[in-house]
Design a protein around this ligand. Structure first.
Ligand SMILES: [Zn+2]
Length: 122
């Protein structure tokens, strides 16, 4: 659990002052005071603060602010797409079967299965 400063706002709301460990910026998140008590007593963050968005929950868990999250996401995506580009895969030619139209009419069923569907019929 990260360190935060609790600032009482009113009877039901507490503001948390959280300093991001990555960029040192300070952020204020308002939370439900009862939810905060539940969280400090071991409740999961999503259960204690069901109304907070993912970024705010993440700040309470790790202290990392939305900007730093986005930065990490971008780095991850950049790496991901770099890998993707390096991989040179050969485009596979689609398999096509060319049959003259009138062949259909002269083929018997067995030939049809064998030639068009690649199946062998006993
Ligand atoms: Zn940050």
């Amino acid at each position: 659990m990260i360190q935060y400063i609790k600032i009482p706002v009113d009877a039901t709301t507490t503001a948390l002052e959280i300093t991001c460990p990555m960029c040192n910026s300070t952020h204020i998140i308002s939370v439900d005071t009862d939810g905060l008590k539940a969280y400090e007593n071991g409740a999961l963050v999503q259960q204690a603060f069901p109304n907070l968005d993912t970024y705010a929950r993440e700040m309470i868990i790790s202290g990392i602010c939305p900007l730093c999250w986005d930065e990490m996401d971008r780095q991850w995506l950049d790496e991901y797409y770099d890998d993707e580009e390096e991989e040179d895969f050969e485009e596979e030619e689609p398999t096509t079967i060319e049959i003259e139209d009138d062949e259909y009419f002269t083929m018997d069923l067995e030939d049809f299965f064998a030639k068009v569907l690649g199946l062998k019929v006993d």
